[in-house]
Design a protein around this ligand. Structure first.
Ligand code: 2BA
Length: 112
């Protein structure tokens, strides 16, 4: 086990992605998380994997997650300020990516 992949995906894709990991015999942990900007739920997968399978896992993520247009349901103060008085409180549209992925080195791995 040489890498940890952390993948933040949309809830809508999480179930399909979980199934794809099982089919490919990739072990993963799914966390229910919240995007800092939209403040709505998303899913974060933690995957411990050997170096030689990193590309395979990235492809599975890419193939099972899609980007979507979303509207902010609870606009932040920062958005309101950027929009000016006229736009205060108005929902804005953002493109949420299919997956935001970090690949990290693993110093040690234990299973007890
Ligand atoms: P959220 O923080 O809820 O962000 C959702 C989407 O809102 C983002 O999609 C982006 O299109 C937009 N957005 C985020 N911050 C913005 C800002 N300051 N100004 C304007 N638009 C902004 P993605 O970039 O695809 O990100 C999807 C989710 O991935 C994020 O949800 C967050 O949970 C996570 N994420 C993205 N980049 C990250 C990073 N550098 N570190 C940690 N988590 C990250």
């Amino acid at each position: 086990m040489t890498k940890v992949i952390m993948a933040i995906v949309q809830d809508k894709d999480a179930s399909l992605l979980s199934s794809a990991f099982i089919d490919a015999n990739v072990r993963a942990t799914k966390l229910s998380t919240t995007g800092g900007f939209l403040r709505s739920g998303n899913s974060t997968f933690i995957i411990g994997i050997d170096d030689e399978r990193v590309d395979e896992v990235l492809k599975i993520i890419k193939d099972n997650c899609q980007s979507r247009e979303e509207f902010t349901s609870t606009p932040t103060i920062a958005i309101d300020a950027a929009a000016g008085d006229a736009g205060a409180g108005a929902p804005i549209e953002v493109t949420v990516g299919g997956a935001t992925v970090f690949v990290l080195p693993v110093d040690a791995f234990y299973r007890y």
